[in-house]
Design a protein around this ligand. Structure first.
Ligand SMILES: [Fe+2]
Length: 155
């Protein structure tokens, strides 16, 4: 069984993952001036997800016994976060071409992690499950937003 410390570490990584995604979308604003609003909106949504995972973390602190780790290992999240941070660096140094940045983001939103983010934790706590489902639904919507931008850009 996972200790409370392990569960909290996992929650922190999910928070960081969402914050890093928000940062990536903010950095995209300069690369795609015609889609500033869309990227700002995506960034705000990811910030919202970070706050949701902070709520999940608070629930774990309150009743750790009601939670167990879901489908993902901390290492998976660490690799993911490191990858996004590297891409943010490349974006800021203007080393990333716009089509590549978009497809990279599509791949990220399509990844196993984002695709099954509702399985971040196992819990019988209905309120938390509802929160995780909210994040899951938003991730699906992000893919649609990105796909629309990608199609538009390729015209
Ligand atoms: Fe998200």
């Amino acid at each position: 069984m996972a200790t409370q410390k392990e569960l909290l570490e996992l929650a922190d990584l999910f928070i960081q993952n969402e914050e890093t995604l928000a940062e990536f979308y903010l950095a995209c604003q300069d690369l795609f001036p015609s889609y500033r609003e869309q990227f700002l909106d995506l960034a705000k949504q990811e910030e919202g997800h970070a706050r949701i995972f902070a709520q999940v973390k608070a629930a774990i602190q309150e009743k750790p016994g009601a939670f167990s780790p879901g489908r993902f290992f901390p290492q998976t999240l660490q690799v993911m976060i490191a990858g996004i941070r590297q891409k943010i660096g490349e974006l800021r140094e203007r080393k990333l071409n716009s089509n590549y940045a978009l497809t990279y983001m599509m791949d990220t939103e399509n990844s196993l992690l984002e695709g099954e983010i509702a399985k971040a934790f196992q819990t019988e706590d209905n309120q938390v499950r509802e929160l995780l489902d909210t994040v899951q639904r938003a991730t699906a919507a992000h893919r649609e937003t990105l796909r629309a931008i990608l199609l538009q850009e390729r015209k």
